[in-house]
Write a protein that binds this ligand. Structure first.
Ligand SMILES: [Ca+2]
Ligand SMILES: [Ca+2]
Ligand SMILES: [Ca+2]
Ligand SMILES: [Ca+2]
Length: 561
């Protein structure tokens, strides 16, 4: 969610906003504070900053961004432990020591962290680059480049990795003007297939490019493309490819004859696809669509707006039937007064009905509020992050906590840099326990020095292990001659993805905590009284009915278990 033009504009209004903040002191204070805030300096080049963040189930955060000097940018990738400790930081400078840029990051099997972007090849034409780091150590495990041929500039914009290690990269190449480029690689970096997409526009207008690739529940890559149509205006183009062959399973295009600019895509558990962006409906509006994952047919479309110049930042699903879209809106249509506000809406995933809207920000000159991302936890909190310049804040990163049911603000978190620094949150991710990691940037307004920032906010609840990952739960009483009664309690999970997480079981109301080892956890409770006991799995809760093992009044005879 990078926008250098806006970032620069923010810096120019810094001092005016600082004076406004002094006048308005005493307004609502932030009441959520991050557990920690980590900063990673990446220099002062015009492109310096965060390009992507992912968080693994254990709570390790991985960021990638552009670092170095303007004459030789590099790709910096780093990992932060759940307590905020910097685990490792790596700088990748390509073979030509020139303009290397990261653009996307993803987790893959085996604890690998994948980064894609571009690096110059011979003749200064950019090539797609893929880097894979060992998440635990930061060792560069593999790296490879892709080029369609000499004299063609190409880049990777987004990367996704499937459970078998297959790597999918979406980006751009040069064909008929710009064309979208989609690449599938085997885990060892060997090219499996390559596809390009060129829209029907002619002449200089045919500037097509892929923005994002996601893997759907059946394992096929789904690609979001900015595709320029015969009207010479862009539409949303979504293509689902067969993972093994690259054959097109379906292609959907959406838009009107005006410009429709896709921005973000999510896929739900059924494989249906949601895309938001900016579409023209008499004026620019948040334009959100849902496509049937089986054939790409349009299930619904919806426009959201308030004011003018509605600019969308991101879309999130809550897994419980809600779709959330956030972006920035101008209250008066005058772009010169820098007073945009943050606007967030919730719609019903099934039919697209509008459920609520939320608007944040003041309308005064320089009261510039911009949205970066939205994410929703399982306990009913919608988090919206961005930057605020509305009193009492000045160039601060803001985290709005909204009640997902009503859209009302329930909490707020603020990250301020130093007196001459601008803080901006751009990406929101959860770990398995719904601790919130916020990726962004803190920039020195005077020097242009940029730090990538990562902040952690403690979970507001709803975390832990989803019931879908719990296979079975048993509790039996074991009674041996000459010993006490023991309860053997076991939880089996569908896979080892939660290894190291803790589960809680209550025995007659007394909690017992156990750590998952591999795909299971076990608890033994000794000295259990005779009779019926209530054994309940309470974290994760609601997955299984309570077990009611019966312990005998006295141990059985020898030879019987
Ligand atoms: Ca470089
Ligand atoms: Ca083209
Ligand atoms: Ca305005
Ligand atoms: Ca505002």
């Amino acid at each position: 969610m990078k926008n250098e033009t806006l970032s620069s504009r923010t810096r120019t209004v810094a001092l005016a906003v600082g004076m406004l903040a002094a006048v308005a002191a005493g307004a609502a204070a932030a009441d959520l504070n991050p557990e920690w805030l980590a900063r990673l300096p990446v220099g002062a080049s015009l492109t310096a900053g965060l390009q992507g963040m992912v968080v693994d189930a254990a709570g390790v955060s991985y960021v990638t961004g552009i670092s170095g000097s303007s004459s030789n940018t590099d790709i910096t990738t780093a990992a932060y432990a759940p307590d905020g400790t910097l685990l490792w930081s790596r700088v990748w400078d390509g073979p030509f020591s020139w303009h290397d840029q990261s653009r996307g990051i993803a987790l893959g099997p085996g604890g690998l962290v994948y980064v894609t972007g571009n690096t110059p090849g011979p003749g200064s034409y950019a090539r797609v680059v893929v880097l894979a780091y060992d998440g635990a150590t930061g060792t560069l495990v593999k790296s490879f480049e892709y080029t369609s041929g000499p004299g063609i500039s190409e880049h990777g914009q987004s990367v996704a990795v499937d459970a078998a290690g297959g790597i999918y990269v979406a980006g751009g190449t040069v064909g008929d003007g710009g064309d979208a480029l989609v690449l599938a690689f085997e885990a060892n970096g060997q090219l499996r297939w390559q596809r390009t997409w060129d829209g029907p526009a002619g002449g200089p207008y045919t500037q097509d490019s892929a923005l994002e690739v996601l893997i759907d529940p059946s394992g096929d890559p789904v690609v979001l493309i900015h595709g320029v149509m015969a009207s010479l205006h862009p539409d949303y183009v979504v293509i689902k490819y067969a993972a093994a062959t690259g054959l097109t399973k379906w292609q959907a295009t959406w838009g009107v004859s005006g410009g429709d600019y896709p921005r973000d895509m999510e896929i739900d558990a059924q494989g249906d696809v949601y895309v938001t962006g900016i579409g023209i409906d008499f004026q620019d509006k948040f334009s959100t669509i849902k496509l049937d994952g089986s054939d790409g047919s349009l299930l619904w479309q919806a426009y959201d707006w308030t004011g003018y110049h509605n600019g969308v930042a991101g879309l999130a699903l809550d897994g419980q039937g809600g779709v959330y879209v956030t972006g920035s809106v101008d209250p008066d249509g005058d772009e010169s007064n820098l007073n945009d506000n943050i606007y967030t809406v919730k719609r019903d995933a099934q039919g697209g009905a509008l459920l609520w809207t939320h608007l944040y920000g003041a309308n005064c000159l320089g009261c510039y509020d911009f949205s970066g991302d939205v994410i929703v936890d399982a306990a009913g909190h919608a988090f919206v992050a961005g930057v605020t310049n509305s009193p009492p804040y000045g160039m601060d990163a803001i985290l709005l906590v909204l009640d997902a049911a009503t859209g009302l603000e329930t909490d707020r978190g603020i990250i301020t840099g130093g007196a001459i620094e601008s803080a901006w949150s751009r990406e929101l991710r959860f770990d398995a326990a719904f601790n919130l990691l916020v990726g962004g940037e803190i920039s020195n307004v005077n020097t242009g020095q940029v730090d990538i920032s990562v902040a952690k906010y403690a979970s507001l609840g709803g975390g832990g292990i989803p019931c879908a990952d719990a296979a079975w739960f048993t509790a039996v009483c074991v009674s041996r001659p000459g010993t006490d009664n023991r309860l053997n309690i076991r939880l089996r999970l569908t896979d080892a993805g939660h290894s190291g997480d803790q589960v809680t079981v209550t025995v007659d109301g007394t909690p017992h905590v156990s750590t998952i080892n591999g795909a299971g956890a076990s608890i033994v409770v000794k000295g259990v009284a005779p009779g019926v006991h209530a054994v309940e799995l309470t974290e994760p809760a609601g997955c299984f009915p309570a077990a009611e093992p019966i312990c005998p009044a006295s141990g059985p005879p020898l030879g019987v278990r």
